[in-house]
Design a protein around this ligand. Structure first.
Ligand SMILES: [Zn+2]
Length: 132
């Protein structure tokens, strides 16, 4: 019989694998902490008064910043984009949007939509491709 095959583990081998297991455990724990933090952050964002996901009452006509309500801003946003508003009302709207995240987003969306529309028009002005 050859006893060499059953040689005991070289010294350090057990320690090494134990360390490896500990490392894995640490990593798992860190991942759990990380995802827990993300969850807390998500809850904080959802619960925040400035969150676009929360408090629907902020989007109705109740909010009044700079002497103008969100409903009025929404009603005038077209005129604002078309530059048809009186300077005083324009300033009022801009002041409102500085304080109201909803209307700021609305305005940003509107201008992006306008940009997209312009880009679309510009594209449609090109000669149609002669693929057919
Ligand atoms: Zn508003």
């Amino acid at each position: 019989m050859n006893d060499d095959q059953w040689a005991p583990c070289p010294p350090g081998e057990l320690v090494k694998s134990a360390k490896r297991i500990q490392d894995t455990k640490r990593k798992v724990r860190r991942n759990v902490l990380l995802s827990g933090g993300v969850a807390i952050l998500a809850v904080a964002i959802f619960a925040s008064p400035f969150s676009p996901f929360s408090s629907q009452d902020s989007t109705d006509s109740g909010n009044n910043y700079a002497g103008i309500t969100c409903a009025e801003v929404r009603a005038k946003v077209g005129d604002y984009k078309a530059d048809k508003l009186e300077p005083a009302i324009r300033t009022q709207m801009e002041e409102h949007c500085r304080q109201c995240v909803f209307c700021r987003q609305l305005l940003a969306r509107q201008s992006r939509a306008a940009q997209d529309r312009l880009a679309g028009n510009a594209a449609s002005w090109k000669r149609p491709t002669a693929e057919t």
